[in-house]
Design a protein around this ligand. Structure first.
Ligand code: GLN
Length: 493
């Protein structure tokens, strides 16, 4: 018999409705999986006792016919989402002991739909990273291993690495992630999952610890496109508490998920994403994706996004600039850690010196520099101008096509420790994900195939702003073509 932890959210909801098992059983099995897989370090905080209590309420709701759309489904929340009364760390020492007095809008909506929070998931500190190695709570391990080298632990990607690892290892059925420059899509690709970054403005940023406010967007990480659509519809929607929240109806994605062909859909292949020196296995996977799309009836067109090569440097000016402003609030007075000192200024300095890790300090320094009076025009203003050009490239391409198809990441998962010595090498991971972030576009990663080492590779689809349903449609069809059913061998239990 299929273990309950192997089910998709869609299958589990059916099982709960038809009384094949109870929410209490579903949650108990996931709690056992979380305990069995603690060595992956996916969770910062487990909330297994409250989850067991919540599951009992879900069973009562099923009995009373008042179940929510995600009633009884065990989920994990990236520890960047504020959760009332539950430790929220952003994986930073500086938020030591911080228990928010409120919930983020996104997690409040998931809770209200009946889902069961199993705990708070590890991440790169303040979501800054691509490997989940900058966490104050230590690195997360990817459940996947290289076939030829099963003893070397690999990164799960980042920054939503705990989310990716926990969903892959079947500790939770889905997780929230956040994506500022790729942090949902790249870890999804590294772990063989679906990761969806909705259009900027779809999911409220209220109660999500801020990294770069003009880029941050929450989204689901799941084991199927249908599950991602289910979570997305609950998480998304207008929120007056977020001034950049889009006041638009949430699309009904049922037809998109059920779609079996791409007839009448035009898919663009951006030629600038064919970067010299890209791993041939990534190129081959991309070409296979193009063949799948064509076989499903899509019309394939080559398109040009001429400013692509400036996306990474632009992102690494704008994101640190916004981060340096956002992180000014951590002063040892209002939240978390406080290192007492003789004067208030010294207390600020001592707290921030002890509270932030090296990568966060690097971002604050870069951000402060590019915003400083002498350099603002040369760096920050210039980056904003280039951001407009990048957005314009996409607008132009989307006059000809409905979707863009690209690889998600330039490699499969790499070994823990492999890229920590050189920040720029780490930043290069984001080369395919950052452009859509700068333009605020919806983008998804789906697992396409395994590389020669036996590790998952992801395909990315990018859509027009607020055409999230088209992105889900394309993903649902390519998911069927890929038929990716591989699981890592290392799942405990
Ligand atoms: N890896 C990118 C960075 O370090 C993106 C992170 C993210 O999307 N949160 O900034």
């Amino acid at each position: 018999m299929t273990k309950l932890t192997e089910l998709t959210i869609t299958a589990a909801l059916l099982g709960l409705k038809t009384k094949q098992f109870s929410a209490a059983e579903l949650v108990a099995d996931h709690s056992a999986a979380i305990i069995a897989s603690r060595s992956l370090n996916a969770f910062i905080t487990e909330t297994l006792d409250s989850a067991a209590e919540r599951a009992k309420i879900s069973d009562q709701k099923y009995a009373a016919g008042t179940a929510g759309v995600l009633e009884g489904i065990p989920l994990g929340y990236k520890d960047l989402f504020c959760t009332k009364g539950v430790l929220t760390t952003a994986a930073s020492h500086i938020l030591d002991g911080f228990k928010p007095p409120y919930d983020s809008t996104v997690t409040a909506r998931l809770d209200a739909a009946g889902s069961v929070m199993m705990g708070k998931l590890n991440l790169d500190e303040f979501a800054m990273g691509s490997s989940n190695e900058t966490s104050f709570y230590n690195a997360v391990t990817n459940p996947w291993r290289r076939r030829s080298d099963p003893n070397t632990p690999l990164v799960p990607g980042g920054s939503s690495g705990g989310s990716a690892s926990a969903v892959t290892a079947e500790m939770v059925m889905g997780a929230t992630g956040t994506d500022t420059g790729g942090s949902i899509r790249q870890p999804a690709a590294f772990c063989g999952l679906v990761g969806f970054k909705p259009s900027y403005g779809r999911c409220s940023r209220w109660g999500v610890v801020a990294f770069a406010s003009s880029l941050d967007q929450a989204g689901p990480m799941t084991r199927s496109v249908a599950d991602a659509a289910l979570m997305f519809e609950v998480m998304a929607g207008f929120d007056p508490l977020d001034s950049t929240s889009a006041n638009l109806p949430v699309p009904d994605t049922r037809a998109a998920v059920a779609s079996t062909d791409l007839k009448g859909v035009k898919i663009g292949v951006p030629k600038e994403y064919r970067i010299d020196g890209t791993n041939p296995e990534i190129i081959a996977m991309w070409e296979e994706g193009v063949r799948w799309a064509k076989a499903a009836g899509a019309k394939i067109l080559e398109v040009t996004l001429p400013h692509t090569k400036y996306a990474l440097p632009t992102y690494y000016v704008i994101a640190p600039a916004e981060a340096s402003a956002n992180l000014a609030r951590y002063d040892g007075v209002r939240y978390g850690l406080r290192v007492p000192a003789a004067s208030l200024d010294e207390q600020y300095e001592a707290t921030r010196a002890a509270g932030f890790g090296a990568e966060v300090k690097r971002r604050i320094l870069i951000g402060t520099y590019v915003l400083s009076a002498g350099y603002y025009d040369a760096y920050y203003r210039k980056a904003q101008q280039v951001r407009n050009l990048i957005t314009r490239d996409f607008t132009e391409a989307f006059t000809k096509v409905d979707l863009l198809l690209t690889p998600t990441a330039p490699s499969s998962a790499f070994a823990i420790g492999d890229k920590t010595m050189d920040a720029v090498t780490m930043y290069l991971n984001d080369v395919f994900t950052v452009p859509a972030s700068l333009a605020g576009l919806p983008a998804i990663s789906i697992p396409a195939k395994l590389d020669s080492a036996g590790l998952p590779l992801g395909l990315q689809l990018i859509g027009r702003a607020f055409d999230d349903a088209m992105v889900i449609r394309g993903a649902a069809v390519l998911e069927k073509s890929a038929g990716f059913t591989h699981r890592p061998h290392s799942i405990a239990g």
